[in-house]
Design a protein around this ligand. Structure first.
Ligand code: UT7
Length: 327
């Protein structure tokens, strides 16, 4: 059976760090509130002149280098993001140019914080069907450019960054074993940016006046749905593939809130030592959170041959999903 296997990982975050103390100077908040309610202490934020496509390119280059795959060998580049350089063309096309991946097709995948897992799910399908041999999957975001820096409910949460994996077709029982993606558009207004699309274009002065091209979130409602959705879909995937929670060696949940991570892990009965958390240092980097975490785990040499890795995410749409793989 053909499987999609991760051969290399990479990540890139901006140099500039915004601490909770910095945020105390911007809005009425405190380090104590942010740490206790979210687990976040600092986040990386782009400076003026930094481009999202450059972060994606850096992460992608590292993944390719570590996989010993040349850009010209790529069949497809998928970038999971909702904050590309421009509404169009797709950021993946800019990455394709930057890498010199002349043979690769390129497209962006819009699934907010689940963008990386949705892209992985699609890439797995391309590889299993024989349509692609080498796919570069990137998850990244520069949400700091869409955050309303006067809204304390959201501006303390997000950070910028990108992570990448190189997937290659392989035979055997290593690689992606299964993935399940879900959506429920009835809750599209739980997290959204109402301006900047064709409904309320960013070039309409009224959009700016009404502060529409900014992230809006019903935090509390989202929290409750997120915990149940991620736990349920992860359990469904484990059962579908014939595994139990004890067999998971590494659990990488989307890093949106440490209380959500703990609640999901508890529901799934996963040993806390197997749960990866880096939200303290990066905040919620949306589509980048899982590939950055995976890259850190790999860099720390903690993922051994044959280890079972379970990843799950939740985000605007609403969308959610899980991917299970054997390293
Ligand atoms: O990544 C995509 C998915 N996103 C998520 O999963 C996010 C899910 N939601 C959350 O993580 C949490 O709901 C938040 C961190 C956003 C908020 O935490 P919460 O415990 O749900 O707080 P809350 O919204 O119930 O607000 C509690 C209080 C409110 O004050 P009142 O109305 O009780 O007086 C807020 O105004 O905390 C206040 N508050 C703040 N206070 C200080 C909200 N933000 C802040 C802040 N600093 N930054």
């Amino acid at each position: 059976m053909i499987r999609a296997k991760i051969l290399g990982t990479g990540a890139a975050v901006p140099k500039r760090i915004l601490s909770n103390a910095d945020l105390e100077k911007l809005v009425e908040t405190s380090d104590d509130w942010i740490t206790s309610r979210t687990g976040i202490r600092e986040r990386h934020i782009v400076s003026e002149g930094e481009h999202f496509s450059d972060l994606c390119t850096r992460a992608g280059e590292l993944a390719l280098k570590r996989a010993h795959v040349k850009p010209e060998e790529l069949d497809m580049i998928l970038v999971g993001t909702i904050s590309g350089d421009m509404p169009f063309p797709a950021t993946s096309c800019l990455v394709q140019r930057n890498l010199g991946a002349t043979r690769a097709a390129a497209s962006d995948v819009s699934a907010a914080c689940v963008g990386f897992l949705y892209a992985l799910h699609l890439a797995d399908g391309l590889i299993q069907s024989g349509k692609a041999q080498n796919v570069l999957v990137i998850g990244g975001e520069i949400l700091s450019r869409y955050v309303d820096w006067t809204d304390r409910n959201t501006c303390v949460l997000f950070g910028d960054g990108a992570g990448a994996v190189l997937l290659q077709a392989t035979r055997g029982d290593h690689g992606i074993l299964g993935s399940i993606m879900k959506a429920n558009g009835s809750y599209h207004d739980f997290i959204c940016m109402p301006g900047g699309g064709s409904d309320r274009p960013a070039n309409d002065p009224k959009s700016i006046e009404e502060r529409l091209p900014y992230i809006k979130m019903k935090g509390n409602e989202t929290f409750r749905v997120a915990v149940k959705a991620m736990a349920d879909v992860s359990q469904e995937l484990l059962s579908e593939q014939g595994f139990t929670h004890e067999q998971v060696d590494h659990f990488i949940p989307h890093q949106a809130n440490v209380r959500i991570i703990d609640a999901v892990s508890e529901k799934l009965k996963i040993d806390p030592r197997k749960v990866y958390k880096n939200i303290e240092r990066f905040g919620n980097t949306s589509a980048a959170s899982i590939p950055i975490a995976l890259d850190e785990l790999v860099r720390e040499d903690r993922v051994k041959d044959g280890d079972m890795v379970l990843m799950t995410a939740f985000g605007a749409g609403l969308v959610w999903g899980s991917v299970l793989l054997r390293w």
